[in-house]
Design a protein around this ligand. Structure first.
Ligand SMILES: *[C@@H]1O[C@H](CO)[C@@H](O)[C@H](O)[C@H]1NC(C)=O
Ligand SMILES: *[C@@H]1O[C@H](CO)[C@@H](O)[C@H](O)[C@H]1NC(C)=O
Ligand SMILES: *[C@@H]1O[C@H](CO)[C@@H](O)[C@H](O)[C@H]1NC(C)=O
Ligand SMILES: *[C@@H]1O[C@H](CO)[C@@H](O)[C@H](O)[C@H]1NC(C)=O
Ligand SMILES: *[C@@H]1O[C@H](CO)[C@@H](O)[C@H](O)[C@H]1NC(C)=O
Ligand SMILES: *[C@@H]1O[C@H](CO)[C@@H](O)[C@H](O)[C@H]1NC(C)=O
Length: 523
């Protein structure tokens, strides 16, 4: 009896062991589908769940059932955010720390960088991209289809008309403004979509990728929407709910956000209808803060797109899907756009062995289970060539003053504090040089005391904020915490030592597609 009892126990023990090995195998062969939706220029105050006047029922619902990332950072402008998403590495490590890739600049994300879709493809994924690339296209090897995506439908430059899909650009060495089509299906020019509003066009394409996908293979779908970048264009029907918004630009912008929200709704519905949703991780993120010049808003945060203030880098983002272990929560852990590569490749059961040293962390346990973030520090950027691209209300004199003062203090700190840079460490954020437009833009529809030019004195070359207590960056505390300042300046200097020289070539006149051509590889 005893022996029987023992062998029975041994049998069940073995069976349980086998079962767990088996379920382990099953889950190992069923990596999740990954759908990454990137919005363009969507500001902190431009989603319903941040109490905006703009309505985003789909984003609100998906994020309420998922995990909202409220201490989540991106880069202040387009190419850099996309670059870090695709490489898991800081801009200083790809030589792309300055600005964006303009249509005629002959460079792209270095070809020896291994990108996220390549890693996922190696892990057995079908990889598809829809929308904006903006990571360089001067030669064919730079195109998404040569960098890990099985299929691609979208545009290669940074912005264009939502209906004609034309991009106009001043080709300086030719003294010529060229307007030409920028839309491709794979590597071929896609000329048949004139008049189709891109938010609808791209979400339709995303839905068709989902419908065609054989669910026995894991899917990676990267949807980089044009919305809600300028120009302000939207079909009339999306404006109907916004007659109460007096500012015409903000009204158009609100309509564009609504169209984008509908696109996200359509994509998540397709995932459900096709039976993929139960094994899907959906990430939604903006690429940078809102551009106030084109009616975006980051209220109550300071600054905007292109600046290192919170309004430029603190991002709207969330993760949705039934695989989250603590759905319906808000994460206040520090997470950065460079973290997606190790996180998603980890979920895919893939390997990051083929990449260069990563700056990102695998934050899945932080997102899914609420663990503390492995990320203690975040280098926002170091860009010695920085200048703002859009007019900032009041004023350039501040910039000059900051530089003048800074020169004296450079030697003392070992880091040239005239350089535009920012670094975050736990609750602290240090900024040096001119961080970009420093204004607290008013809440849309209000022009009360929150508005306008700060009443504080001129900017200082070194500024310290406790962004956990003071996310609006109103209370500059470098004088009270000199040790924190010294430590963070040392960290900046250490990072700067690892930086590649900036690659930012002059326009190549050979980029000109001519009067009937399309933007695309020329070299
Ligand atoms: C550029 O073109 C404009 C208009 O055709 C002309 O006035 C100007 O002189 C040109 N500049 C140069 C540098 O060629
Ligand atoms: C979402 O789907 C509906 C129904 O098919 C369609 O009418 C609408 O245009 C779609 N919206 C977008 C933004 O693609
Ligand atoms: C999906 O792929 C599996 C495995 O390759 C195959 O057996 C199945 O027939 C495919 N299904 C469809 C609908 O193509
Ligand atoms: C310090 O940085 C500023 C801004 O990038 C630059 O203009 C200046 O030349 C630098 N100073 C020195 C001594 O390198
Ligand atoms: C910017 O500064 C200049 C020179 O100090 C001044 O004339 C101008 O009014 C200022 N502009 C704003 C918007 O404050
Ligand atoms: C903003 O202030 C102006 C001038 O005081 C006033 O006429 C206007 O109605 C205000 N607008 C809003 C939206 O409060």
């Amino acid at each position: 009896m005893t022996r029987d009892g023992k062998s029975q126990a041994a049998f069940w023990f073995l069976a349980a062991g086998l079962l767990s090995v088996f379920t382990g195998l099953v889950s190992a062969v069923r990596p999740p589908h990954i759908v990454f939706i990137l919005a363009d220029d969507l500001g902190w105050y431009d989603v319903g769940y941040h109490s905006s006047e703009i309505r985003t029922p789909n984003l609100d619902k998906l994020s309420a059932q998922g995990v909202r990332l409220e201490n989540y950072y991106v880069q202040p402008v387009c190419t850099p955010s996309r670059n870090q998403l695709m490489t898991g590495r800081y801009q200083i490590h790809t030589g792309m720390q300055h600005q964006i890739i303009w249509p005629c600049q002959p460079y792209c994300v270095p070809l020896d960088e291994k990108l996220l879709p390549q890693l996922l493809k190696e892990a057995g994924y079908g990889t598809h991209m829809v929308g904006k690339w903006h990571l360089g296209m001067y030669k064919k090897d730079c195109l998404p289809t040569r960098r890990g995506f099985d299929t691609y439908f979208g545009y290669l430059t940074g912005s264009e008309d939502y209906f004609t899909h034309e991009r106009c650009y001043d080709i300086a060495p030719l003294n010529l403004t060229r307007c030409a089509l920028d839309l491709r299906d794979g590597e071929e020019v896609a000329a048949a979509y004139k008049g189709d509003y891109s938010t609808e066009l791209f979400s339709q394409r995303a839905v068709s990728v989902i419908k065609k996908h054989n669910s026995s293979k894991p899917l990676f779908l990267y949807v980089a929407l044009q919305a809600v970048h300028s120009p302000l264009q939207v079909p009339e029907r999306y404006l109907a709910p916004y007659s109460f918004i007096e500012d015409r630009h903000r009204r158009l912008y609100a309509g564009m956000v609504s169209a984008m929200d509908e696109a996200v709704g359509n994509i998540s519905l397709a995932l459900q209808q096709e039976g993929l949703w139960d094994n899907t991780i959906l990430v939604f993120s903006t690429d940078n803060g809102g551009q106030t010049v084109y009616a975006g808003s980051n209220w109550p945060l300071r600054g905007r797109k292109l600046s290192l203030w919170e309004g430029g880098v603190r991002a709207v983002g969330f993760v949705a899907g039934p695989l989250l272990e603590k759905p319906g929560t808000v994460s206040r852990e520090l997470i950065h756009i460079s973290d997606w590569l190790p996180t998603l490749v980890g979920l895919a059961g893939g390997s990051t062995g083929g990449t260069k040293p990563l700056d990102g962390f695998n934050v899945w346990k932080t997102i899914s289970k609420g663990f503390a973030s492995p990320r203690q520090e975040l280098l926002h950027n170091i860009d010695p060539l920085y200048s703002d691209l859009a007019p900032c209300p009041g004023n350039q004199s501040r910039l000059t003053l900051a530089r003048g003062v800074a020169e004296d203090r450079w030697a003392k700190f070992g880091f040239n504090v005239s350089i535009h840079a920012a670094i975050r460490s736990s609750n602290w954020k240090l900024l040096t040089g001119y961080p970009g437009c420093e204004v607290w833009f008013p809440r849309p529809g209000y022009n009360g005391s929150d508005s306008g030019v700060p009443k504080l004195g001129p900017l200082k070359p070194i500024m310290l904020f406790d962004v956990e207590k003071d996310p609006e960056e109103r209370n500059e505390v470098s004088a009270q915490f000199p040790d924190v300042v010294d430590y963070l300046l040392t960290r900046l200097q250490e990072h700067q030592k690892t930086a590649l020289p900036i690659n930012y070539p002059d326009d190549d006149p050979q980029c000109d597609p001519g009067p009937t051509g399309a933007w695309g590889p020329w070299a």
